[in-house]
Design a binder for this molecule. Structure first.
Ligand code: OSB
Ligand code: MG
Length: 378
């Protein structure tokens, strides 16, 4: 039996979901997430995808508005062309659109779920995952003061997260790292700057972070500062982890050749989808480069796909995949993700994403359906 991928319709929905607590990074603060969801329909099956763009282009150049525009103008019409023989043909199908990896990845996620539903196989199974449980950490935003940060870290450690990632920025770094390391001498700690520092201006500030015994320092410099990362890594004991910089297989190879980092954060949205994310995993695994799965404050939809990805054998470090309740009062999927003893999330085993989207829980701001036959419906 060969299944061709040729959805009859695609629905885009924008929802507004409040976070349980505000999340602040070096680029901004979020209280309520505005999230673009994708639903594809074929032969009585449906597949869900989540776009990891935000309301504004703060993390990278994409935002919800650009993703919606590019999907409805270019990507959805491309999906309504010839049937796809495999979901992994999607990156080539949409290569004519330059950039916009998050928009491409959201549709790809929906196609993987759809395909999994049609053939009755889980994403873990389709992608060659080898784990039933994936180790997880928690990403802790910039706090207004040190005592409140220490309380948050204490709470997550008590819940059982395997490592804590602290968001930092210039002026909110040494004080924070020294306090948390002082309070938790044995904790597995990392720090993420989201590109807020500059080479060579901040060389001394960053090199002295070796004192905190961080497992890694994530993305100190802007994505295109390859030489800055390479030069800092030569001066730093702590491994540099690249997030924003790695946008493709080509930039991954550049990073490894230049020794701009020793660890890779894989975010499918940033690299254009799960097909490319798996290839990046494969290259890193062959070369002995440790990887982990990053997060973008996803709902249970994106989380389910990321947990399946993190079940691949090269994901050897705790992932930014926390329990549903770390983000949402009530997740939009059933069952929600719950932290397992020892600090793990369970990899879903049902078809596709392996979770059910609860439509009545979607706080829909707007939605639109696009049909293969050309009709558009609000
Ligand atoms: O850099 O890893 C990041 C959230 C939004 C944008 C960028 C990042 C993050 C996180 C959150 O760190 C991780 C999570 O989803 O738990
Ligand atoms: Mg990051």
């Amino acid at each position: 039996m060969t299944v061709r991928i040729a959805p009859e319709a695609v629905e885009l929905l924008l929802i507004r979901l409040p976070l349980v607590e505000p999340f602040e990074t070096s680029f901004g603060r979020t209280d309520v997430r505005e999230i673009l969801l994708v639903r594809v329909l074929q032969d009585g099956c449906e597949g869900w995808g989540e776009c990891v763009t935000d309301y504004a282009p703060l993390y990278s150049s994409e935002c919800n508005g650009t993703a919606r525009y590019v999907m409805e103008t270019f990507l959805i019409p491309a999906l309504f062309g010839d049937p796809l023989r495999r979901v992994s043909d999607w990156p080539r199908r949409v290569a004519f659109v330059k950039g916009h990896p998050m928009a491409k990845a959201a549709l790809e996620m929906a196609l993987w779920d759809l395909y999994g539903q049609m053939v009755g196989r889980s994403l873990r199974d389709l992608w060659g995952g080898t784990k039933d449980l994936v180790p997880v950490g928690v990403s802790v935003g910039i706090h207004p003061d040190v005592p409140s940060l220490l309380r948050t870290v204490e709470r997550y450690r008590a819940e059982g997260y395997q490592r804590v990632k602290l968001k930092i920025k210039p002026g909110r770094d040494h004080e924070v790292l020294a306090a948390v390391r002082g309070a938790f001498p044995d904790a597995l700690l990392t720090a993420d700057a989201n590109a807020a520092y500059r080479w060579p201006r901040d060389r001394a500030v960053l090199v002295s972070m070796d004192a905190y015994r961080l497992q890694m320092l994530e993305q100190p410099f802007p994505p295109d500062d390859w030489l800055g990362h390479a030069r800092l890594q030569r001066a730093l004991q702590t491994p540099i982890c690249l997030d924003e910089s790695v946008t493709s297989l080509a930039t991954l190879r550049l990073a490894l050749r230049l020794r701009a980092g020793q660890v890779i954060n894989i975010k499918p949205g940033r690299v254009g989808g799960y097909t490319v994310a798996r290839r990046i995993h494969d290259v890193c695994r062959r070369r002995g480069v440790p990887v982990w799965c990053g997060g973008m404050l996803e709902t249970g939809i994106g989380r389910a796909a990321n947990v399946a990805l993190a079940s691949l054998p090269g994901f050897v470090l705790p992932n930014d995949l926390s329990a549903s309740r770390r983000y949402w009062v009530e997740d939009i999927v059933e069952p929600p993700f719950e932290l397992q003893p020892g600090g793990y999330l369970a990899v879903p085993t049902g078809p596709g994403l392996g979770v059910r989207v609860v439509r009545t829980r979607l706080p829909v701001q707007w939605s639109q359906t696009y049909r293969r036959d050309g009709e558009i419906r609000k």
